[in-house]
Design a protein around this ligand. Sequence first.
Ligand code: NAD
Ligand code: DAU
Length: 355
Amino acid sequence: MTILVTGGAGFIGGNFVLDWLAQSEETVVNLDALTYAGNLDTLRSLRDKPQHVFIHGSIGDRPLVEKLLAEHRPRAVINFAAESHVDRSIHGPSDFIETNIVGTFNLLESVRGYWMGLSAEDKQAFRFLHVSTDEVYGTLSPQDPPFAETHRYEPNSPYSASKAASDHLVRAWHHTYGLPVLTTNCSNNYGPYHFPEKLIPLVILNALAGKPLPIYGDGQQVRDWLYVKDHCSAIRRVLEAGRLGETYNVGGWNEKANLQVVNTICAILDELKPRADGASYAAQIAFVQDRPGHDRRYAIDARKLERELGWKPAETFDSGIRKTVEWYLANPQWVENVASGHYRDWIDQQYGQIA
Ligand code: NAD
Ligand code: DAU
């Protein structure tokens, strides 16, 4: 048996592939375009594992994807591939339209062609799981209830609009063509192998480097944090037992204001790796200009996933954030390769010069 994972050299996809192969002998074909966010260093431990087949390429490359599907005959496709950073989408939205919308469309078409050719039994068993985000629902005010699956789509950034569009395509391919799809909409993830453009790894690494810890606006924006391995377990559970055509919200019931998150990280670092001058890392906090269109609050109602599929997160924010800080302290080589850009050398060495 085989699954095809797209974007499996990124943060969540990489954690998913590592977790999958730690618990299963089922082969993972990992298709990743290795953009700046793709990091094969994350998958180094799988180098000699025949169950991990890495393919450098894009979800938008139909001949390639069709060839992969025909050759490996996966029982499921799990689509993590995306441009994922909101700030980048504000500075340059076109890659987001290309990958998240056009790329997902091309992937759906390749997968539909493959699925149509399967035997009746394999056709029924096949799944296309699309990994999406809570940002498609827009923003909440403090008194609003958390986002349920029935909340209307109100995306506010180029990133979230592109993800919303991809969710709509996935839904349409189910309703129109019968493709057996599942969609997950998850809140903010954090944990090992997180690229340091995102708040949590950026703050950990800037703190250790003696740099400012940039807080957008007043730092009172709220995110609902989920440890990445809990997201991976939710995806495995939805893949296993999710109802076809359904969407499942994934979240950890961990709403925190950004300033609170940054202060928590500083307190853990103060304890585990105190500054030489004895001051708290919190002294490095710097309030900077806000993100345009910054969503004020996200919160996920994950009760459907718990009720229907019995999923619950294993980590609280306190346990997960401590593990995360410890992981960054224990993995200076991975950090150094990312910070210096040397993780690209490893890619060049393995795959030749890539764009
Ligand atoms: P990431 O940016 O760390 O990784 C994305 C990966 O996709 C990279 O390895 C990149 O090389 C690859 N990729 C980009 N374009 C591609 C293409 N055309 N073809 C093949 N591969 C391509 O992102 P992430 O944080 O791991 O997010 C993974 C998915 O989960 C995304 O779809 C994102 O929208 C969603 N999501 C993320 C979060 C979060 O907090 N990070 C939360 C909810 C949902
Ligand atoms: O909600 C799920 C989403 O979470 C995913 O779909 C996205 O792919 C993922 O990037 C993440 O989006 P956010 O914009 O919420 O994550 P980010 O880490 O960029 O920012 C978290 C919060 O911290 C947000 O309110 C902006 C703020 N922030 C971020 C950075 C990078 C700062 O205050 N300072 C910073 O330097």
